[in-house]
Design a protein around this ligand. Sequence first.
Ligand SMILES: Cc1ncc(COP(=O)(O)O)c(C=O)c1O
Length: 332
Amino acid sequence: MKLPDKLHKKIAERKAKNAFRKLGLNTDLIDFSSNDYLGFSKSKTIFENTHQYMLDTGICENGATGSRLLSGNYSLYAQVEQELSFYHNSEAALLFNSGYSANVGFFSAVLQKGDVIFYDEFIHASIRDGVQLSHASSYKFRHNDLQDLAKRIANIKGSLKYANATLYVVTESVFSMDGDTPDLQKIAAICRENSAYLIVDEAHALGVFGQNGLGLVQKLELEEKVFARIATFGKALGCHGAVVLGSKELISFLVNFSRSFIYTTGISPHALATIKIAYQFLRGAEGVQEMQKLRCNIQHFNSEVARLGLSFIPSASAIQCTVIQGTTHTKK
Ligand SMILES: Cc1ncc(COP(=O)(O)O)c(C=O)c1O
């Protein structure tokens, strides 16, 4: 069937801009572009240990069968959520089917009419989408520019319109495009001074920063100063899904109001077991070894970029950005 004209026109426009997207198949080229920072997606040990865990515990269901609020909640959920809150030094944890659905579900539920959220201009699309679905006002601040953030908060606080607004600030601990990191301590201080709630997306910090790769918030001991953290498992953990870390009250709020949590089938037992085993791996000797290997690769990449005199955005993360002949190339 022919595509409606308006859709056809949008495709043509995209092609004209040389920005048309197509699905490709993975090749056996060297991986410079995936988020599989530690190679966990191809770990035979994680694969085999997950399989063995399923056999040992007698879990033989293929799917969750429904929303967790109906038939889809099973005991492994509580176990994994308890483990994640313990590992991440958080009061509670709530699993989502992906980072995208965690962010959409979190922001659309938490932000209320009359509230204000400040977001870094380079924030991930999933956060933007969640904010857009809410009824809150949103203001972007310049990338990693904390003076700009403070100025924008001051403007809002001086306005009568927002006298009763609850304020939120959201950033990423490692930005997905350039791999750079904001000064989280300063952002936390600005939030404290202004009674704003801080939310940090740790998608690209998990498995890369902090003891046992548990993220930058933990590395900087900011757990108590952050309202919520979002960590995803499709990057360094090499599997799928995401977690929101926060207080018991926040998690209970999300269970009641987060639509991407409520109106979807839960994660399958096998996918959940993979998350559990991937975390065990991350916290074990193999995880330490893989993180060390990643660090060496990052150092090597940084020194080669410096040796070749290429301009680059400083990044200690797995995402490295260099400019080659006037074109920006992001390598992961
Ligand atoms: C910062 C950030 N948050 C969230 C997501 C979404 O995570 P997921 O791939 O698990 O949906 C991504 C994915 O690219 C991301 O870069």
